[in-house]
Design a protein around this ligand. Structure first.
Ligand SMILES: Nc1ncnc2c1ncn2[C@@H]1O[C@H](COP(=O)(O)OP(=O)(O)OP(=O)(O)O)[C@@H](O)[C@H]1O
Ligand SMILES: [Mg+2]
Length: 389
């Protein structure tokens, strides 16, 4: 069994994670998120978008057309976050610091704990780069209280949320889009029964590798880099791209994590220390059944390749934002680029691309032949439909 260790960061009390050895640890589809540029048809600065209150909030259209400079064509983006809390119908409590509020404009998450300013920048950067992550922003506690008082939806959770807002002492809390779906584990270290059914699927290993790559950019260790935290990955059940969405995102200096993971070792070697460590963790949960190292490696290398491809977008995002966490993101991006910008990486990337294409082709061929043999399987989906549908 694997030891369970408290995450070492003070101030965050992030979840308990699985970890085999933490001694060395110091511490896609282009979705263009340029809502900072265009909100209600008007330019909006990052400051305005991060801190909103009664004066600055107006009802927003649910979707609008924006133009992407880089693509040189119009792209439709969907706004998923409505923080106005009009006609609250239900309030529930997920944890002491996480509440869900249903209202006319959808469902939102209100979060009290974490480096909330940084966390919303992390969410934004992930979305900007095409990953599944919640749209989020800081919203003034004063504003939320005005919306909630008298509309606690008749529930104990509503009354508690109101009290929490009154007592928090914070000026702003994080309001995020509620991602439809369920976390891979209610507990950080314990996968749900459904999660257990796909832990050994190659596509899951691929997605974990991908997530590890993007978390290296964020310097976010509390998902897969330091151990496993199933609470920070959501199964969206969505068929486009990966089904997994990233929540509870953070930005930290990534130097320690890059060293700990030994990024070039992972890139060069499918059986790197870090990959084997991940395999051990997964197989501990699977009682010894196989974790696909090849897929994990592909996901990792292709995730880093995607990061390099999306860097221009990331830099656009960084340019639009201000504040300390953005400097950290820029430094992280530069360090990650410097770490992987070498022949070994491009060699691994070329071969991962080729292997992936072959694997997808083989899977399609296999599926076709299965369907021919057993027509009743037609239309059946594996958890990871990208491979089998
Ligand atoms: N945006 C979201 N959409 C859907 N569910 C969410 C969202 N954010 C949080 N949750 C749910 O609430 C749980 C806890 O949220 P989160 O991971 O953000 O906080 P936490 O782990 O308690 O915080 P911390 O790591 O700071 O201690 C998640 O595992 C998930 O089930
Ligand atoms: Mg969490």
């Amino acid at each position: 069994m694997y030891e369970q260790v408290e995450k070492p960061k003070e101030n965050k009390s992030r979840a308990v994670v699985h970890s085999v050895n933490k001694d060395n640890l110091r511490e896609f589809h282009v979705l263009v998120d340029n809502r900072q540029k265009v909100t209600n048809g008007m330019p909006e600065t990052e400051k305005n978008s991060k801190r909103i209150g009664p004066d600055t909030i107006t009802q927003r259209r649910k979707s609008f057309r924006v133009s992407s400079n880089e693509l040189g064509r119009d792209t439709v983006i969907q706004r998923n976050l409505d923080e106005n809390l009009v006609n609250i119908t239900n309030i529930t409590k997920k944890t002491d610091d996480v509440y869900f509020v249903s209202h006319q404009g959808g469902e939102v998450v209100i979060k009290f704990k974490g480096d909330l300013g940084k966390d919303t920048v992390a969410d934004g950067a992930l979305k900007f780069m095409g990953h599944k992550a919640p749209e989020s922003k800081l919203v003034s506690v004063h504003y939320l209280l005005q919306k909630i008082i008298g509309k606690e939806a008749g529930s104990a959770a509503g009354i508690e949320l109101k009290k929490k807002l009154e007592d928090t002492g914070l000026l702003d809390v994080l309001v995020a889009e509620k991602i439809p779906g369920v976390a891979l584990g209610d507990d950080a270290t314990i996968p749900t029964d459904k999660t257990k059914t796909f832990l050994n699927e190659p596509e899951f290993a691929f997605d974990l590798g991908n997530i590890a790559a993007i978390d290296l950019l964020l310097g976010h260790e509390d998902r897969i880099l330091a151990g496993l935290n199933f609470g920070n990955i959501m199964d969206t059940g969505n068929n486009s791209g990966s089904k997994l969405a990233l929540i509870d995102n953070q930005i930290e200096n990534n130097r320690g994590v890059i060293d700990f993971v030994d990024v070039m070792d992972v890139i060069k070697n499918k059986e790197s220390k870090y990959a084997l460590r991940t395999k051990n963790m997964m197989e501990g949960l699977l009682d010894g059944e196989g974790f696909n190292l090849v897929s994990f490696h592909q996901g990792f290398v292709l995730g880093l390749g995607k990061f390099l491809e999306m860097k221009t977008k990331l830099e656009e995002y960084i340019k639009e934002k201000s504040g300390g966490s953005i400097e950290t993101l820029k430094e992280n991006s530069d360090l990650l680029t410097a770490t992987i910008d070498n022949d070994e990486f491009y060699k691994a990337l070329g071969s991962a691309r080729q292997n992936r294409a072959t694997m997808m082709f083989d899977a399609q061929t296999k599926k076709k032949s299965l369907q021919e043999k057993q027509p009743e399987n037609k239309g059946k989906k594996s958890f990871f439909s990208s491979l089998f549908s």
